[in-house]
Structure formats: C-alpha cells, structure tokens
Design a protein around this ligand. Structure first.
Ligand SMILES: NC(=O)C1=CN([C@@H]2O[C@H](COP(=O)(O)OP(=O)(O)OC[C@H]3O[C@@H](n4cnc5c(N)ncnc54)[C@H](O)[C@@H]3O)[C@@H](O)[C@H]2O)C=CC1
Ligand SMILES: CC(=O)C(=O)O
Length: 377
C-alpha cells in the first residue's frame, strides 16, 4: 500500500503521523511511504532521517494526498484539505466528528473511508487516544498552574502553597486517562485535589491509586457545583466515546468561581463540558477571560510537546496502520473488532452511532455500509 504523511497544518501543531522508525516498519513489510518535505521537523525528525528509513520525500501536500492510498495524520483535516478528499481514499487520524460537522459532511460527500484514532476500542480502553490523553492530562495541571500566576491573568496563587499559606484547590471532572494523569501532576505539584466521576468503579480505582492524597466525589449537578465553586483550577476531562461532550459545568457555576480562577477544558476536542467555553483556543492565543475566570480550550494540547507526543502516538498507531496496509482496509476491519469501531465514515454514510446521533445523520452499521464490498471479499 502507498501511505502518505502530510505536514500538519493546525495552529502550532508540530506532531507528525509517523516517526522514521514507523516508516521503516512499514517499508520492511513491502509498503511505500511518502512523507511531505519537513513534515517531521517540528518533532525533531529531518528529511534525511526519513529517507534513511526508506521513505520518499514529496514537496507538496497535494501530491502526498493524490499519490497515497492511505493518508495518516495526527489532527482532523482542516477545510483547506477537504479538496484532497476522493472516493476510496483511506484516512487514518483523529477526527472528533461529533464536534466537526463540516468535516463529517465533506468526508461523506467525497466517499472517504475514515477511521478515527479516538474511537478504536479494545474492551473499554481507547488505545489510540490513551497516549495523547496521558500527555494532555499531565499538561493540564502544569498549564493550569502557569495561568494561575498573576502575569498570566490568574489570581496569583502557587498550587503548592508554602508553610503557613494554604495550598491551591484543583477540581478534576472525569477520572479517566486525562483525569488520572492530571491528578498525578496536580498532587505532585502539592495541590489539594478533588476528582469527580460518574463511575463508582472508577472512583474506587482512583481511591486505590491515590489514597488520601485525593478526595473523590460522584458526578451529579450538586457535587459539580460545589467542587467548581471552590476550585482555583478546574480541569475538565469527561468523555463519552465518539459523542459530543455533555455540558456539565453551567454558566452559573462558572460565575460562582473566584476571579482569577482557571478552567482547562481538555474535552474541548469533543465540544467541551463548560457552557462558557464557546470557542476553541489555539497555542498562539490559548486563553480568554469570561466572568473573571481564565478559560483555556486548546484542542491539540499535545502539539506543544511534539517530540514526546509524536513518539507516544506512533507507538500506538503503527501496529494498526500495519494491519490496514498488510490486509487492506476491508479485511483489517472485518478481522479486528477494535479497528472496526474506529470506522466513522464509509461509502458516504456515518458508521459510528454516537457521531451519527449527535450530527443528525442516519446511523448505518459497518456491515450495511460495506455490504457490497464485504460480499465480494
Ligand atoms: N484537548 C486536547 O488536546 C486533548 C483532549 N483529549 C480529550 O480529553 C477527553 C478525556 O479523554 P480520556 O481521559 O482519554 O477519556 P476516558 O474515557 O479515559 O475518561 C473519561 C472519563 O469521563 C467519565 N465520565 C463520563 N461521563 C461523566 C460525567 N457525566 N461526569 C463525570 N465523569 C464522567 C468516565 O467515567 C471516564 O472516567 C476526551 O474528550 C479526549 O478526546 C485528549 C487528549 C488531548
Ligand atoms: C486527542 C487529540 O485530539 C490530540 O491529541 O490532539
């Protein structure tokens, strides 16, 4: 298979979809890999690193897209990339379609076969989301700590406090991968941490991991209101796989926070869980202020630590890319239920139920969407 890796074009997105080691693994299995010139630079990989691994360097994004059977990316394609879509093209990347209606329309209209990293699922785990959630969770605590500093717009507190001065309060809503990693860092920074989750089973695990270094609360509107009101730093990390994020933090709750408090809505890539987070921010302009509270809503947080993130992401994606390339996309999807759950768009229809529901499309099962091709297999 011919696999293409274009340069990422989202604001300050310095990750790349394959490392030279990933390229080399695919080449050794008989595939061809086209890498756009300098696509790896932001992650510290030169064109020479890629050519040594066996890749072909291609100057223009348009040529990478046109000459490849499968495009591997990190972030969802932006509007300027929609013209590259064509029937039968395989797209393997983060998509977050529930929050990207225009992209969903372009993919369906152009007949792209789109597999979303974030909905590939093994049991209850999301193996291609996990590494970036680990990064974003750890970043959320350190970013929140920075924006609490006065020159950055915050109330001017040190999360750790000092002897004689109380520690800062961090509330984390959602105790999955992002939430747990945010808790690790926040506890490490010396904060007073409360974690809210809907799942009692998850709260028990959190309690086992952190013991009395953390307070756990079950998720309901009253507990959320109390935990938000007392937070210096609120980290939002809820996910219902594939679906638009539920608005759990109301505008009234935000108004109850003290001026200079900070919200980091990590779940912004699925639309965010805070009512006052009304737009995605960028690494260039990461925050805005509303009701005196600093709002941070960057949808590609790991893009700011691209070396770590690219290696962590490709450690997880390459085995799946290899399966698609070796078997062809149909056989790979049929043979691997985890990968099948990653399929969001095929033959002009939406094949992931939560995405279809949230965008108002008819949900079509993978079997039905690919009926003709599967019969011919
Ligand atoms: N902004 C960025 O750059 C990045 C954003 N993310 C996003 O962060 C979000 C969280 O991801 P993960 O931690 O990997 O998901 P996860 O599936 O590991 O954890 C989600 C948690 O939310 C909990 N939850 C569900 N409904 C809830 C409710 N009503 N109240 C409280 N908790 C509830 C679940 O029980 C689960 O523990 C996702 O939207 C993900 O896409 C991930 C990486 C980077
Ligand atoms: C998960 C995601 O959207 C990111 O890492 O940018």
């Amino acid at each position: 298979m011919i696999i293409g890796v274009p340069t990422e074009i989202k604001n300050n997105e310095n990750r790349v979809a394959l490392t030279p080691a990933g390229v080399n693994a695919l080449i050794n299995n008989g595939h061809t890999v086209l890498v756009q010139s300098e696509a790896g630079m932001g992650s510290g990989f030169t064109n020479e690193d890629y050519t040594s691994a066996g890749a072909t360097i291609v100057s223009l994004a348009a040529d990478v897209w046109a000459q490849s059977e499968m495009i591997m990316k990190v972030k969802e394609p932006l509007a300027s990339e929609y013209d590259y879509f064509r029937p039968g093209l395989i797209l393997f990347t983060y998509l977050h379609l529930a929050a990207e209606p225009a992209l969903a329309r372009a993919l369906t209209e152009k007949g792209v076969t789109a597999i979303a990293y974030e909905t590939v699922q093994v049991g209850r785990a999301l193996p291609l989301l996990t590494p970036m959630s680990e990064v974003a969770g750890r970043m959320a605590a350190q970013i929140g700590a920075q924006f609490l500093e006065k020159p950055k717009g915050g109330k001017g507190i040190l999360l750790a406090g000092v002897p004689g001065v109380s520690r800062g309060k961090v509330t984390i809503i959602g105790g999955g991968v992002v939430g747990t990693n945010a808790a690790k860092l926040a506890i490490g920074l010396g904060a007073d941490v409360t974690l809210v989750d809907l799942s009692l089973e998850r709260l028990r695990q959190i309690d086992d991991i952190f013991g009395n270094q953390i307070k756990t609360l079950v998720s309901n509107p009253l507990n959320i209101a109390d935990a938000v009101a007392e937070a210096d730093l609120l980290i939002c990390a809820v996910l219902i796989p594939g679906a638009k994020a539920p608005k759990l933090v109301t505008e009234e709750m935000v108004k109850s926070m003290k001026p200079g408090s900070v919200i980091v809505d990590v779940a912004i890539d699925q639309g965010g869980i805070v009512e006052t987070v009304d737009h995605i921010t960028t690494h260039d302009q990461p925050t805005y202020e509303k009701h005196g509270v600093v709002h941070y809503a960057v949808a590609n947080m790991p893009g700011a630590v691209p070396r770590t993130s690219t290696i962590a992401l490709t450690n997880a994606t390459v085995p799946y890319a290899m399966e698609i390339a070796n078997k062809g996309v149909l056989k790979a999807i049929v043979g691997n239920p985890s990968l099948r759950l990653g399929l969001n768009v095929a033959n002009g229809v939406i094949t992931y139920e939560a995405v279809a529901r949230d965008l108002g499309y008819e949900y079509v099962t993978v079997e039905k969407a690919l009926e003709k091709e599967l019969t011919a297999l």
